[in-house]
Design a protein around this ligand. Structure first.
Ligand SMILES: C[S@@+](CC[C@H](N)C(=O)[O-])C[C@H]1O[C@@H](n2cnc3c(N)ncnc32)[C@H](O)[C@@H]1O
Length: 372
């Protein structure tokens, strides 16, 4: 019984208190009492949110330490579907949300890629960014870790792309198989969060970019935690907005969502192994880029509301009107101060302006559980 009442009471209590505090005709003491109770409820909700966030973060940090190169490699080569296969699993609404991201990334590439220039797409997946650049006269090079992704993407690139020419091959973001200063633009969209040592990849990106070249990056925005009710989690939203530039405020640190590796591809009797699916805080990621000689000159967040939330499921069931409504929410959220930091994904543009602080990433440059 209590379990049934609790989900209703959670948003209802603060809503009732808020209504009591602003009710026309309420006496002053009534307003004050309702306001104080509301602050008390929010304080308790936030205390629990922070405590749970911190303890979950600690255990996820430990889970991530379980990974090794062998498990990582088998996971990406034997289990991770291509992004287009994922669309079939997730459905049209999910695809629509991703398409918005590809448009954003391809738009940035267009603006910064000189005619006849070269773009590298690290972790290119199904080359969906290249699909939006077919009319651009430039060289496109895609690399991905998963063998089946590369086979699919190479075939697709060869069959469809016109002015844009190039190739897709296998490679590891943490050890790029290219000469120094060989690209005008490097793209890494929804990839950095999967890496064991993101700082190595960022150093590599800086190395292969020409001076003045541009790095286009998207990733998960910390802390994307499913929100149960806008009222009870108002403080969590506030934390997310302020935490972008003050990372210490964020309770759910960026190590949310380690992905379990399918036990069937692990040695018999192996303990559970998790590979990274981390979240990034703008200020921390910007600091990492700066250490690698990459100066962030533009950033924003996108994808409102959260893709796995109840709201998104409701919109998904609405079909085309649901997509249009999501686009409208997106447009309003992106242009509203404060709210525009609450998107599920982070979009950053950085320019190669200097040299890295050291030939290899120094200890402490990235706070990852697998970093020195
Ligand atoms: C979420 S998908 C994104 C794919 C593509 N960038 C897109 O936006 O559609 C993550 C991709 O990163 C690739 N990946 C994971 N680890 C990698 C690594 N160490 N080096 C290169 N690619 C990697 C995966 O195989 C997968 O294709």
């Amino acid at each position: 019984m209590l379990e049934r009442v609790r989900p209703l009471a959670r948003p209802a209590l603060p809503a009732a208190l808020l209504a009591a505090a602003v009710r026309p005709g309420a006496r002053r003491w009534q307003r004050l009492a309702a306001g104080a109770s509301l602050v008390g409820v929010w304080e308790e909700v936030y205390r629990r949110y922070r405590r749970d966030g911190r303890s979950r973060t600690r255990s996820e940090w430990e889970q991530l330490r379980s990974t090794d190169w062998e498990a990582f490699s088998r996971h990406y080569n034997e289990r991770v579907p291509t992004i287009e296969e994922e669309f079939e699993l997730w459905g049209e609404y999910h695809q629509h949300r991703h398409e918005m991201r590809y448009d954003l990334v391809a738009g940035a590439v267009r603006r910064h890629l000189p005619r006849g220039g070269a773009v590298l797409d690290v972790g290119c997946g199904s080359v969906l960014v290249a699909d939006r650049l077919t009319d651009v006269a430039a060289r496109y090079v895609g690399i991905d870790f998963g063998g089946h992704h590369v086979a699919y993407a190479s075939e697709k690139l060869a069959a469809r792309h016109a002015s844009l020419w190039g190739a897709v091959g296998r490679g590891d973001a943490e050890r790029l198989p290219f000469r120094d200063a060989s690209f005008d633009v490097v793209v890494m969209s929804e990839v950095i969060e999967h890496l064991m040592r993101p700082e190595l990849a960022v150093w590599e990106v800086s190395r292969v970019l020409r001076p003045g070249g541009v790095f286009v990056m998207t990733t998960n925005n910390a802390s994307e935690v499913p929100l149960r009710s806008p009222l009870s989690h108002l403080l969590a939203w506030l934390e997310k907005a302020l935490g972008a530039t003050h990372p210490e405020l964020i309770s759910y640190r960026p190590w949310v969502w380690p992905e379990p590796v399918d036990p069937e591809i692990l040695p018999p009797g192996s303990p559970p192994i998790y590979v990274p699916h981390s979240h990034h805080i703008y200020a921390e990621t910007r600091r990492l880029f700066a250490a690698a000689g990459l100066d962030t000159f533009q950033w924003s967040t996108f994808e409102f509301p959260p893709p796995q939330s109840a709201t998104a499921q409701w919109l998904d069931r609405r079909g085309e009107p649901g997509k249009r409504l999501a686009d409208a929410v997106e447009a309003v959220a992106r242009s509203t101060p404060g709210v525009r930091r609450l998107g599920c994904h982070l979009f950053m543009l950085a320019r190669r302006t200097g040299e890295p602080v050291a030939p290899r990433p120094p200890a402490g440059v990235w706070p990852g559980p697998l970093s020195p």
